[in-house]
Design a protein around this ligand. Structure first.
Ligand code: SF4
Ligand code: SF4
Length: 260
């Protein structure tokens, strides 16, 4: 059954958010006086293995190579605008005051950036009226649904992906500059870093996408620590040589580390 999405402009998706931003969006976000944090996520990786798996290739393109002890990993870095309650860009009538230049992530909601993730309306903030099927039913049964994505959204999803790929090395350099070398394990938890905003702003100015292209696959020489709250995961990581630890061993607060 085809399902078409029509935004009702209810504004729910502009509240209590973590918004992944491109480097240039992150600069603008800070210039507007809003808050930015950095999310790091590590995936254990076997180097030099040829794979045709789409998910693995996609992950590789979005991450940089690093080491955690003897373990090879790939690190995903996201610049995240965040706020509690309404977005600081909302006016009193709940209209976005930067609508024409709003972040790409805002432009694609509720669709997923990763084409492999199946869109489930039940996980989205949009009211049922926003989802319309070609049989005029409002039932939100996700089974066998085909979602029609308009070309504008499609091109923005593509833009997020290509910009993210182009900024991998710049993000590695941003982490180095900020002394960030700790991470969560992919699909295990989230580790957020809260750098000094002024310092971060200066560093973002320093690293443009142009810097990234000069060293697209530069390896990182830093020894990354991977945090997990789970004893089994910690044991497994340490058994394969990773420099892994419990967050509380290094005074990581609950605000910084969130277990999945
Ligand atoms: S920037 Fe605009 S569209 Fe994005 S969350 Fe804020 S108010 Fe909503
Ligand atoms: S929650 Fe969904 S329907 Fe409401 S404004 Fe956001 S995208 Fe539109």
């Amino acid at each position: 059954m085809d399902t078409v999405f029509n935004c009702t402009q209810c504004g729910k998706c502009c509240h209590d958010l973590n918004i992944p931003l491109t480097i240039s969006e992150a600069k603008d976000w800070l210039l507007r006086g809003h808050k930015l944090k950095i999310l790091t996520e590590a995936t254990p990786w076997i180097n030099d293995v040829q794979s045709t798996d789409d998910l693995l290739l996609r992950k590789k393109s979005l991450t940089f190579q690093a080491q955690s002890g003897a373990l090879s990993i790939r690190v995903l870095v996201s610049l995240v605008g965040y706020f509690q309650g309404g977005c600081p860009n909302l006016d009193s009538n709940l209209n976005c005051t930067i609508y024409s230049v709003r972040p790409l992530t805002c432009r694609i909601y509720p669709f997923e950036m990763n084409p492999k993730i199946i869109l489930n309306p039940k996980n989205k903030l949009c009211p049922s009226e926003a989802w319309q099927t070609n049989e005029n039913t409002s039932a939100l049964n996700t089974a066998n649904q085909i979602f029609i994505i308009d070309s504008y959204t499609k091109s923005n999803i593509e833009k997020i992906y290509t910009t993210s790929v182009d900024s991998v090395t710049a993000k590695m350099l941003i982490c180095k500059e900020l002394g960030i070398c700790t991470s969560s394990l992919s699909n295990d938890g989230y580790l957020f870093h809260f750098p000094d905003q002024e310092k971060l702003s200066g560093i973002l100015d320093k690293f443009s996408l142009r810097d990234a292209s000069s060293a697209p696959n530069a390896p990182d020489d830093v020894d990354w620590i991977i945090y997990t709250q789970k004893a089994v995961t910690l044991n497994d990581l340490q058994a394969i040589g990773s420099n892994a630890a419990y967050p509380n061993q290094h005074s990581i607060s609950p605000e910084e580390f969130i277990t999945l």
